[in-house]
Structure formats: C-alpha cells, structure tokens
Design a protein around this ligand. Sequence first.
Ligand code: ADP
Ligand code: MG
Length: 660
Amino acid sequence: MRNLKEIKGIGINTIRDFNNLGIYNTNDLLEYYPFRYEILEKSDINNINDGDKVIFDGICENVPNVYYISRKLNKMSFRLNIGTKVINVVIFNRAFLKNNLSVGKEITVIGKYDMRHNTITASDIKFGLLKETVIEPIYHSSYKLNSKKINKVINSVIPNEVVIDYVPDGLNEKYHFMDKNRAVNLVHNPVDMSSVNEAIKKLKYEELFLFMLKMNYLKSNNHEDGLKRSVSYDEIQKFINDLPFKLTYDQEKSVKDIYRDLTLPKRMNRLLQGDVGSGKTIVSFIALYINYLGDYQGALMAPTEILALQHYNNIKKLLPNLKTVLLTGKMKAKERREVLESIRNGEADIIIGTHALISDDVIYKNLGLVITDEQHRFGVNQRGNLKNKGVTPDILYMSATPIPRTYALTLYGDMDISSIKTMPSGRKPVKTILKSNKEIKDVLYMMLDEIKKGHQIYVIAPLVEESESMDMENVYELEEKMNKAFGKVAKIGVLHGKMKADEKDEIMDKFKNNEIQILISTTVIEVGVDVANATMIVIFDSYRFGLSALHQLRGRVGRNDLDSYCVLISDKETKRLDVLTHTNDGFKVSEEDFLLRGSGDLFGFRQSGDMNFKLADIKRDYNLLLTAKEDSERFLTSDDYYNKKYSHIREITESAVNLD
Ligand code: ADP
Ligand code: MG
C-alpha cells in the first residue's frame, strides 16, 4: 500500500481531489469500487432519435480542425465515416488527440447525436473499432474528478499493488471464488458482466467474512465478567420522579434493562433503538447516573460537536453535582490538557465528547460505561481504541436507524436490544408537504405564519460553497433571500460545517434562546439537535437526501404539542419523496429507503458506521451474510486460524477489537 504522494504522475491538486473523495492511499483507490456499469453497444443509425446517446465506430475522414475558444477551452471537429453514412463529430478539450487522428484511423466515438446537424457531440473517443460491447465502470465522482479519470488512476496503480486476500484458501476453493487480484482487476476493468458479477461476489463475501470474523471475535472476548455495581433502584426511581416529564413505558423499561445489566455481573452489550424524538437521551443520562452511583466514570460519544455540546449542557443541568467534562477535537491545547488530566485522575465523573474520546492521549481512570449516540455513524472498530485502566466497560449503543431484528441479531450476535416504540405523549405527527421550486411563495407564507406565532424554523441547504457543476442553493445565497423576505420580522442565523466550533456554539445558543428565529444550515444539524420551539423545517433540494436522512431532519421539529411542518422542496424524484408525506414511522421510511434506493444502483446504497460495507448490502446479500457468519465462526475456532499463513487475517480481526 502506498500513499498517493508516492504515485508518479498525479499532482498535488489531483491528490487533494482524491482526498475529498476519502481516498488517501492505493488501498483506498483499489477499494473505490464503481457503483454501476454502463454497457455500451453500437448504435443503429437507422434507429436513433434526436438527442440520443450514441456509439459509432468508423474511419476518420479528414484531418481534424482545432479551434481555440479560450486558453482553457478548445473545440475539435472532424468527419466520421461509419460505412453507411458520414457524421460530423465535435469534441471539446481534446486538441491533444489531433495528431493521433490521421485520415483513415479506426476509432469509436461516444456522444450525443444532434439529428438536425447530423453531429455527434462526443464525450469520448476510443481508438480502434468497437468490440461486441464495451462496459464502462461508473464511479461516484466529483466535479473535479470524473469517472474516467478515477478509473485511469486506479488502473495505473493496479499492476504495482499487492492485493491481500482475506478469504482462507479452503473457503475460496469451497465456493470456487476467483483470486482476489483478478477480482479487483475485473471490477475496474470489466470484460463481461458475468465475470464482473463473480468478482463482486468474491469481494462482497470477503467483506462480510471479515466483518463477521471481527464480530465473532469480539463476542468470544465478551465472556469476561462484567462490572457489578451496588445501586438501589429506589435511588433511580427518585431521580426519575424528579424529572420534568413522565417517562414513557418503553423508556422506563429500557432504564430497567440497563439497570439490570449494570448491577448484575454480566457485561452489558446493548443497543437502544428508537425513532428520532422518542427520547433516548434521557435514558442514556440515567444509565450514566447509575454507573456514577456505582463509582465508575462514564463516557458518552456523539457524532457531531453540536450534539456533544448539547448533551453536555443538558446533563450538567440534570446532574449539577457531578463533574461533567466536554472533550472535542477542536479544543484549545490548554483546555484540553486540563480535561485530559481530570479524566486521568478520576476527577471527571462523566465525559461527553466526539471522536476525540477515543484519541490516543485520552486515558481513563476507571471507565465503567461507554455510550455511543447515533451508533450507525460510528464503526465497530472504534470501541477498540479506548484506553482504559483495568476494567472492561459496559457498552450501550443508541441508534435511530432501525435495523430489523433479524439483521441486528445476525450482525451483532448476542447483543441485547431495548426498543422505544412510542413517542412521548402529546406529540403530534409532523405534517410533511412536498413543494416545487415554483411554489416557493406558498412556503414563504407558511414560514411567515409560524414566525407570527412566535415559533422558529430550520432551513436546510445542502452545500456551503458555490459549486459550478451543481445548481444548488447554498447557505449564503439562502441567507440573502431569507433576509429579503423576513429581515423585518425575524433574525436569521447561518450554520455550516466549516465554521469554527465556538462560532457554531454561539449560533446554536442563539437559536435555542430564540434570539434567532430562522436557522439556515447544512446538514450539520441532522442528528440529535433539540429545540422544542422550532415547528417548521424547510429542506431545499430534498431529492439530494436519502429518505432516512430526511426523516432524521424532520425529527428536528414536532418536539412539543404544537402543530409542526416539514416542507420538502424539490422538482425531482417527487415520487420517492412522497413516501415521507404518507408516513411518520421511521421503520417504514427506512424500509422504503432500502427498496427505492436499491433499484438501479448495482451495489445498493452505502451503509454507514458498523455496516460500512463497500459492496455488500445486508439486505440484498443476506444469504451471503449468513454463509459468511457460519464460515467465520468455524474458522475462528479452527486450527487454521492460528496458522502462520493466516496471520494477516488474525491481525486484522484482533487489532480491530482489542481492548487494552
Ligand atoms: P432522540 O431519541 O431522538 O435522541 P431526544 O432524547 O433528543 O430524542 O428527545 C427528544 C425530546 O423529547 C427532548 O426534548 C426530550 O427532553 C423530550 N422527552 C424525552 N422523553 C420525554 C417524555 N417522556 N415526555 C416528554 N418529553 C420527553
Ligand atoms: Mg438523539
């Protein structure tokens, strides 16, 4: 594996563009799989329509003309003889191909056909006549890096990379899997779809096998005794009675589950799942309190700084006598040192933070409980990074992305599950409305109504920077528009991912205190943020989001007994978005997401966190998952596992989940 910097022929800008796609080394590159393939077949000149995408092969009829429009833009044109006809070809920014395009050269041209002018505006020229079919891998690309470029770079590194196969020989033989080298090569250099599908199957299996191996290893390590705390439930009940609201039945039941786990000598490994707004946070706070009464430190890890800060402020209010500290990645050095010291010497009872909680320099005195909020955002490996003195902490995961029970059991093995199925009483379902960009006036009037009632509004824009390629509303542009519309009646604030932590805090505080009525934001608010007086969320370009993400966003409103609204603005994919206008049930939404996003997308959508598979899809590949599960269990308990030949498999399994 090499860093991108070590590869000849890619410049610093391209490296940055790859970094932006999450690619830093050759390994990332090889695993940057296409998400679909385009199958190109020769077009029939007698059977095409104006504007069709076409592919023709033929002979270059004349010396191409090159015309320089500007320093960055050139246009080349020539005639292509396809046997029965001569067609004009125009292609931009390929002047460098001119010398290869001699008269009589056999080439294949791909592009869009303009019937009136008998002209193809080409997107690509390939040398040589077209074979039967050409299969083009299509990657998730960016404005700067298109699919072709990505593929070219990947193919330039493939020959020099050592690809490690994590499937043991016996299993490769059993299933007649192809060799990993060949599989990786085929995925990026497709010859025919049937071998590509074989390659994909091998790679999917490898992913699932390794994942299940890790889970099983974790499970086999999990039998050590848990921490036993002596805490009386009366004390917890008293705390519950003093809360400003009555816990729902499911919340109380979840608390009891956790209390049992924490007070019995069994190690807790529990998933708390419940739809957005169902009130998981308070349950986690009570868990931290039980743990504290049992004399251990407790940590709560949140996926964003805003959310960590919110938890921190809330728990301090609820448990003012405890020493709660906040640890995030963006703290000043001195502040960070002090917090680290209080964690190390045990002064800190409760530690709230982001990923920073698992950085190398965080050493806990006696960590008894680790909670991860929005678990689906994190990976399974991360709990392995906790540096803890002596004890093995109990674990509680929280997630609003409902995983159907069968999948959860398969994936997490013996993990216990508590579910909060009902919403706190008095909540009204959020009314969801779909509007086109043309109907924006209606939306503005609705917003005005809410503002007049003294309520607050979230407005979501998906991008921060101006992007030439994508015609999207951006936050600042929206701010200007909103100021024009509401400047006289409301204060408007802006929040986005590139702001400094303290700037974000300030804006969030102002929104919480109703000093700002309209908060324009990117999706940094997606998870967890809780402002009860906000009754409306307007989401621009909603088609850019998955249904589950939209459901999460929608969960920001409807947090009290007022009528709340979610307005989805989109001119596209209205059928898909319509699902949200019909149901408020997170389970149903994610089910639909599974079904809808799966279609047309060869590899399905990307799961995040624990199920961050590059190719496999736990739903579609469920049978393969079951097979991999069985195989991994068998492998883990066989002598083979300890065979030197497979030390690379053992290494990856154990390093991922070792608690030291
Ligand atoms: P989530 O499960 O999405 O994390 P939260 O824990 O943020 O939801 O809870 C949403 C809101 O509901 C919070 O303002 C919280 O204080 C409130 N809440 C939680 N439980 C109850 C309850 N039993 N009755 C009334 N409000 C509650
Ligand atoms: Mg939450």
